[in-house]
Ligand binder design. Structure first.
Ligand code: PLP
Ligand code: COI
Length: 342
């Protein structure tokens, strides 16, 4: 294995660091995605009237490359990201991203920056593929020209406290996404919608917000950067997909692990506020957050602390199993690991 960069791997947070290179591709709207090459990592030149800057026509993905126990670099289920990128681009009137083109660009970015992949158990290389409209325009409408960039950054824990139980806020003052809107695409506008509520939550001393369903506030949807699960009597309950929730790859993986490896029942359906407040365990899932316990939930100034001090046995087992598969510490029964080196 190549020599690693001289980085203090124990001090990694979730930050964008500069690496050697990034993949840059482009496309115009009557073409399929085919062009692109590695370029030195750096700033890009864009018109102030670019569609993405004025009308948020942009989508992204998030994925991780790991240095595993088998001393090789792997990706986790990259075709799921490629397919979600295809759906997100289509939904945002961007030329539909071709999955093979996406995978090739991600692979090239990792291989050229392989010395930035943290050592085994020291974190991961986060990959951020972004696509956006660059055509200058002040009238509202889709762009004609698009750029695709993949950049990478070595990362540690998403939350500064590590995998400690989170203190979350439920508020009916804000919604993340609307029914029949773009909540199920990884569209950049969904994240701008979560900035103000997230800031409010942090100012009030919480880690983040749990969003309610816009069409019926009796039900929970997800967080600003993760899906959510409740555990009651050893059964997992998570909001069903459809409409405004992002179809998380970690969510899907946790459901498979729960059902096939841990023999747990999983209900993908309605998760009511009452159910989440009376759960035995609550946790969130995502590429960045992995599986993270939730220790307390506050709604209407009423703070509910979850039993098990927020880090319950099922949450722990799911996190450990997922991470052990990702780091190749146990066999991968699902064929999820995608090796990039021997
Ligand atoms: N929900 C939102 C809003 C997210 O931003 C993310 C992160 O990507 C997720 C859920 C989890 O998705 P995944 O597990 O694919 O990372
Ligand atoms: C991810 O988990 O990869 C995400 O995209 C969430 C986030 C950091 C915005």
């Amino acid at each position: 294995m190549l020599q690693k960069q001289n980085i203090d791997w124990d001090k990694l947070g979730f930050n964008a660091s500069k690496t050697r290179s990034m993949w840059v591709g482009d496309c115009i709207n009557d073409e399929t995605w085919s062009r692109g090459a590695l370029e030195p990592y750096g700033n890009i030149n864009i018109s102030p009237a670019a569609c993405v800057l004025n009308y948020a026509q942009g989508v992204f993905e998030g994925m991780k490359a790991y240095h595993t126990k088998k001393d090789r670099i792997v990706l986790f289920r990259p075709h799921m990201n490629a397919n979600r990128m295809a759906e997100s681009t289509e939904k945002m009137c961007i030329p539909k991203m071709v999955p093979d083109y996406f995978i090739n660009a991600v692979k090239a970015t990792i291989l050229d920056n392989i010395d930035f992949v943290p050592p085994f158990e020291k974190g991961a290389m986060y990959l951020r593929p972004i696509v956006f409209g660059t055509t200058p325009s002040i009238s509202v409408g889709p762009s004609i020209e698009y750029k695709f960039i993949v950049f990478a950054s070595p990362v540690g824990s998403y939350f500064p406290e590590g995998a400690k139980p989170l203190n979350m806020l439920i508020s009916s003052d804000f919604h993340r996404a609307a029914p029949k809107g773009i909540g199920n695409a990884k569209a950049i506008g969904n994240y701008s919608a979560s900035l103000f509520p997230g800031k409010e939550a942090k100012l009030r001393g919480y880690n983040d917000m749990i969003y309610l369903r816009a069409s019926n506030e009796g039900f929970v949807e997800e967080m600003g950067s993760a899906n959510i699960f409740a555990v009651k009597n050893k059964k997992l309950i998570t909001p069903r997909l459809g409409g405004s929730i992002l179809p998380g790859i970690t969510r899907n993986s946790v459901i498979r692990i729960a059902k096939d490896l841990l023999d747990l029942e999983v209900d993908e359906g309605d998760l009511s506020v009452d159910q989440i407040l009376s759960a035995d365990e609550v946790f969130c899932t995502g590429t960045a957050v992995i599986v993270n316990p939730i220790g307390s939930i506050t709604k209407d100034d009423n703070k509910i602390s979850l039993s098990n001090k927020g880090y319950g046995p099922i949450t722990k087992k799911l996190r450990e199993t997922l991470l052990s598969i990702q780091l190749e510490e146990i066999a991968d029964p699902f064929d999820w690991i995608y090796p990039l080196t021997d």
